[in-house]
Design a protein around this ligand. Structure first.
Ligand code: FAD
Length: 459
């Protein structure tokens, strides 16, 4: 006997699940959103939002030193990391409670409980008091359960000395040394925060460069800026051993590719080697949902899994692990369940890295365009950072843009729109951009790709 009947059930209230629930509600589909822990998922609780709040504060603190050159003197500046965390917690609290309200305002229901699929159209929910409810979904079930931190056996997260991003966004002190294991996006963003707040940060990366997957010329700008603030980077190195000290902290043994080792005394070790999908314990195998070798749910462009009526969105279906990708998929899956013709198009999915300076990309990178054998024209305009424009050599169709520099995460939206609209380089080149703005660098880069730049030499 089912306890409740809905048309759609969304499992997970992260940036994938809650927009799906909201949009389903807007479309008149009777929907229940269920989350086992909190509203807003990783992004709002210990991911995007708290990390960006800390990044903004750390940048402001560091920029105080630069004010002197403008003639502004700030004397005796200091930072109270505990108070900074209280401010950040306030932002998180406001946003997460807002999510619950938005779901309700859009006429969808929500509940805290752990969900398990027990049949193709049924979900069992274990409520916080242990009671179980059987809920039916006549039109579709959406799996939006996200991903979790990967741990290295023997170096498990203890929450005190060996920490993940979850604890790193809530440290109430920034003293001593932090070893960051993994120089990916999260390792570099949080590493830069704590370097600016006063720690000595050492990044250990197994691969030949940090921020793997991003064009090397863009990465170099960020690494240089990090090292300028005193941060250290060891590429082609790995953390071999972590020996915890009884009173806190640890001895971290780091080995180079050729086997040479050295040890560092660390107060905190931030494990940032990646994420894996939350696809276990959901009853997926029992109903026949197909997974890829890494455990992601396999979906088509309508976000439907191998089982009709079971859909999946967000981190649980694979990279890029980004909140706005999850949200877009949430909106699309709602349209699909409501019976509309809809499909996702991942071509114009931007990506932003909130290091200093920021990196933002959309479409094909230079490396990917070359690997795909595309004949492309490229323009790179250098200032403090640069804009890199990749256009088809013959048609001038915009294929990709990469920006490294201040406000890159905002500037990239123009390039995303260009790719989404199948625009040509001329479209951006001929669009007048107000002066003096950073947006002009994007316009100039497209002019440069066409050999018509005004402020840089055309080659
Ligand atoms: P999640 O946010 O993981 O949400 C999944 C939800 O499902 C969770 O709330 C979980 O409790 C729930 N759940 C899991 N299993 C069950 C179950 N059985 N029953 C009920 N509920 C369940 N992305 C960006 O785009 N920009 C950024 O700047 C950015 N910064 C980040 C910084 C950090 C430090 C981290 C860790 C991540 C960051 N990300 C960023 C990534 C972003 O947080 C994720 O891509 C995003 O949260 C994925 O959304 P999701 O809805 O797929 O999953």
């Amino acid at each position: 006997m089912v306890d409740k009947s809905y048309e759609a059930i969304v499992i997970g209230a992260g940036p994938g699940g809650y927009p799906a629930g909201i949009r389903l509600g807007q479309l008149g589909v009777k929907t229940l959103v269920v989350d086992k822990e909190y509203y807003g998922g990783v992004c709002l609780n210990w991911g995007c939002i708290p990390s960006k709040a800390l990044i903004a504060a750390a940048n402001t603190y560091q920029d105080l030193a630069k004010l002197e050159t403008m003639g502004i003197r700030v004397e005796g500046a200091s930072i109270d990391v505990g108070k900074l965390q209280d401010w950040k917690d306030g932002i998180v609290q406001k946003l997460t409670s807002g999510v619950k309200g938005l779901i309700k305002a859009n006429k969808a229901d929500s509940v805290i409980g752990t969900a398990k699929i027990v049949a193709k159209n049924r979900v069992e929910i274990t409520l916080p008091d242990g009671k179980k409810e059987l809920v039916e979904a006549s039109k579709g079930i959406v799996v939006a359960t996200g991903a979790r931190v990967i741990q290295i056996p023997g170096m498990e997260i203890d929450g005190q000395t060996i920490i993940s991003a979850r604890e790193a966004v809530s440290l109430r002190e920034a003293k001593g040394t932090m070893v960051v294991v993994g120089g990916g996006v999260i390792g570099m963003e949080l590493g830069m925060v704590y370097q600016k707040l006063g720690m000595q940060v050492i990044v250990v990366e197994l691969l030949p460069q940090i921020l793997n997957g991003v064009d090397t010329d863009m990465v170099k700008v960020v690494q240089k800026a990090f090292e300028k603030t005193g941060g250290k980077v060891h590429v082609e190195h790995k953390v071999e051993k972590i020996e915890r000290h009884p009173g806190g902290g640890a001895k971290v043994t780091i080995a180079s590719k050729d086997g040479k080792t050295f040890a560092v005394d660390a107060d905190k070790v931030l494990m940032a080697i990646g994420f894996k999908p939350n696809s276990e314990g959901l009853g997926l195998a029992e109903v026949g949902v197909k997974l890829d070798p890494r455990g992601h749910l396999v979906v088509n462009e309508r976000l439907e899994t191998s089982v009709p009526g079971i859909y999946a969105i967000g981190d649980v279906i694979g990279a890029p692990y980004l909140a706005h990708k999850a949200t877009k998929e949430g909106e699309v899956v709602a349209e699909v369940i409501a019976g509309h013709k809809a499909a996702v198009d991942w071509r114009a999915m931007p990506s932003a890295i909130f290091t200093e300076p920021e990196i933002a990309t959309v479409g094909l990178s230079e490396t990917a365009a070359k690997e795909a054998g595309r004949a492309v024209k490229m323009a790179v305009r250098h200032t403090d950072g640069f804009v890199k424009t990749i256009v088809d050599a013959k048609t001038h169709e915009v294929l990709g843009v990469g920006i490294v520099g201040p406000e890159a995460s905002d500037l990239i939206s123009e390039a995303s729109l260009a790719i989404e609209m199948c625009a040509f380089a001329e479209d951006v080149h001929l669009t007048v951009h107000p002066h003096p703005t950073l947006g002009e660098a994007v316009m100039e880069s497209f002019k440069h790709a066409l050999g018509e730049a005004i402020h840089v030499l055309n080659k």
